[in-house]
Write a protein that binds this ligand. Structure first.
Ligand code: GAF
Length: 394
């Protein structure tokens, strides 16, 4: 079976438009925007340690279409069918700057969080429809793409100062306060600032990004969705963050970004085994990410692939955020000639792997993974895409 190429944005806009006209009685929407999901090539669980990450924006996107109203009322409808929750939410924007509390449906918390953290308050009333091709809970940042798309939508209604980094930070805050996930900055950053044909090497301390060209026709980036999501995802992420903060404090550093393997070995007696292993993953992963970006710039794909596999093994053994299904997918991919490297991507405990391979090896790689994987995978061939942007409705 061939890989799914990512669906066209215009099809998604057409779907959202039909739903909008159906729900709002034939009235045409005036504004459309989209923001992409992401795949992280390397640099996992390093962003909240002030380290480096190397993600790229995907052609899988969340679209928001809608129009401003003349009152303070908000209605949002989602086209996503697999939510067990109502697909419509109605609320009134507070006039006095008071909080928009999170609640149900849970998908609306991303919308409320973004309104709360929008940098040019107050936000006017609006009607909107959301549609997305980013798989939910698949480790490709469906939530960041929704936050950034919504922020971009609000910018069309009432412009802010247009600084993209503060926009990404506002969306990250929305995730912290309204979705309760203490995420790093990677996902919202690349969904906002992603660049076509490039991965971004992001320094999560200075928030500076370097574009790394990634548009070689002989190379393919294959995303394989394990189609599993283990329930540990929610609880283990904050635990990992806490363990890293503890390790940094024992080492006397502001963050693990400032620590070396020498520092860690010297402090080994003062760290329990788990904290030691978490810190070791982060310190080595930060180094690997910088090396990998250099390798990619030189077109040294074999070297890059080797670092991907080391990253996966470290996430599996030291950071303990992989799972049987992701390990199976990586092992299967690595058995195919023409594959440079493969690893889990995103927070872990399910979701996707990312594999770098020679373009001519794509069919046999997919076939081999299908034969070897015990579950039902979904495949996407991903090209590095642009970050959030307004779309034409004509
Ligand atoms: C999730 C988080 F949202 C990111 O900030 C990052 O920490 C990632 O997990 C792990 O690298 O996607």
């Amino acid at each position: 079976m061939a890989a799914t190429s990512c669906p066209d944005v215009s099809e998604l806009v057409a779907e959202a438009r039909r739903l909008y006209e159906q729900v709002f009685g034939g009235e045409a929407p005036l504004t459309a925007v989209c923001a992409p999901g992401r795949v992280n090539l390397i640099g996992e669980h390093t962003d909240y340690n002030q380290g480096f990450v190397l993600p790229m924006a995907l052609p899988l996107v969340t679209v928001v279409i809608g129009s401003q109203t003349s009152d303070r009322d908000v209605t949002v409808v989602t086209a996503t069918k697999d939510a067990d929750e109502p697909r419509r939410v109605d609320f009134t924007l507070p006039v006095d700057g008071s909080q928009l509390s999170p609640g149900l449906p849970s998908w609306a918390n991303y919308v409320k969080g973004v309104i709360q953290h929008y940098r040019a308050p107050p936000v006017p009333g609006f009607r909107a429809v959301i549609a997305s091709t980013v798989p939910l809970g698949g480790g490709l940042s469906s939530s960041a793409s929704l936050e950034v798309a919504f922020y971009t939508f609000l910018q069309q209604l009432k412009p802010d100062d247009g600084d993209k980094i503060s926009k990404a930070v506002a969306c990250q805050q929305a995730e912290h306060t309204h979705a309760g996930v203490p995420c790093g900055i990677m996902d919202q950053f690349v969904s906002t600032l992603g660049r076509e044909g490039h991965a971004l090497l992001i320094d999560c301390r200075s928030l500076e990004a370097t574009s790394v060209p990634l548009a070689d026709p002989g190379l393919v980036i294959l995303i394989t969705n394990s189609n599993v999501k283990h329930s540990l995802t929610g609880s283990e992420y904050p635990t990992r963050r806490r363990q890293c903060a503890e390790a940094a404090s024992i080492l006397g550093k502001d963050s693990l970004r400032d620590a070396t393997m020498n520092d860690l070995e010297e402090a080994k007696d003062r760290l329990d085994d788990v904290t030691y292993r978490r810190a070791r993953h982060v310190i080595e992963e930060i180094q690997r990410t910088v090396q990998a970006a250099e390798a990619l710039k030189r077109g040294a794909y074999r070297e890059f692939g080797k670092l991907m596999v080391e990253s996966h093994n470290s996430l599996r053994d030291l950071y303990e955020v992989s799972c049987r299904e992701l390990d199976e997918l990586v092992s299967a991919a690595m058995e195919v000639e023409g594959v440079f490297g493969s690893r889990m991507t995103g927070g872990g405990f399910g979701g996707c792997t990312v594999t770098l391979l020679q373009a001519h090896a794509i069919d046999r790689t997919i076939l081999h993974i299908q034969e070897r994987y015990s579950g039902s995978p979904t495949f996407y061939v991903a090209t590095p895409s642009e970050g959030a942007r307004p779309l034409s409705l004509s």
